[in-house]
Write a new protein. Structure first.
Length: 255
């Protein structure tokens, strides 16, 4: 997805928009800035894709699919991924998991993180491929490394339950927290389940986080003292130094 419009497409920003749209299942949840951005995407089949997505959210799947197909002719990876979902779930079309896999793979070649995550689900649940939990874990890892909130949650589940990898509760907690910060509330439910089953590990995780913050705070204090001394040396204005110091400690107390 390295194509140009007026500027290079910001895939990470677009992924966040697509994620937001899918969580809310409508095109009216976007900010003015986000809406202006998707309206600026006038090449690569994006207008057709978003028209199809609006119909998809309205459950008008058959018509949406026609838009997705036209968008795919222009190599749109998001249309490929969404059409694959339709074929995997019999949404406006007969189930065809083999074709869905082909679409996911085409989308992945265009660096679509959602398609990587969805292909992982196929390997996890034997949809068009032989079940392979380790392969699913590898794909969840790849999608998570691309910043996909769904995949980060799914990777956390792998570490939480020991799917395709040795169980690692501390890492699972960290990944759930990352997914939550990116706006995926289902990760919050998963984290709560983990906490109820592993309260001691969660306490240890919080203690480690606190230790990290304390270390950061001490580092900031040292940096602050060095900067203050330099300021006194090169700009000896005591009122300004006192003001800077007052602001620093006020902000530090908010940590």
């Amino acid at each position: 997805m390295d194509n140009l419009i007026e500027n290079k497409i910001d895939i990470n920003y677009l992924d966040r928009i697509i994620f937001k749209l899918c969580l809310n299942e409508n095109l009216y949840c976007l900010s003015v800035e986000e809406n202006d951005y998707i309206n600026s995407l006038i090449t690569d089949g994006y207008p057709l894709f978003f028209q199809g997505l609006e119909l998809y959210f309205k459950k008008e799947y058959s018509t949406a699919i026609e838009y997705f197909k036209k968008s795919i002719e222009m190599k749109n990876s998001y249309a490929m991924n969404t059409l694959a979902i339709c074929y995997n779930n019999e949404l406006g079309v007969a189930r065809n998991s083999i074709f869905a896999i082909e679409l996911y793979q085409q989308s992945i070649q265009l660096n679509n993180s959602f398609a990587v995550n969805n292909l992982a689900h196929c390997y996890q649940n034997s949809l068009g491929v032989i079940k392979d939990i380790k392969k699913a874990f590898e794909l969840f890892s790849k999608s998570a490394s691309m910043g996909n909130p769904l995949a980060i949650n799914n990777l956390a589940v792998c570490y939480h339950r020991g799917y395709g990898i040795e169980r690692n509760i501390m890492l699972a907690i960290e990944l759930y927290e990352q997914s939550i910060k990116l706006g995926y509330q289902h990760a919050k439910n998963n984290l709560q389940i983990l906490i109820e089953a592993h309260p001691q590990e969660y306490i240890e995780y919080l203690q480690l986080q606190l230790s990290s913050l304390n270390f950061l705070y001490k580092t900031l204090l040292n940096d602050h003292d060095e900067l203050k001394n330099n300021l006194i040396q090169y700009a000896p204005n005591s009122d300004k130094v006192k003001s800077l110091e007052h602001n620093f400690y006020n902000n530090a107390n908010k940590l």
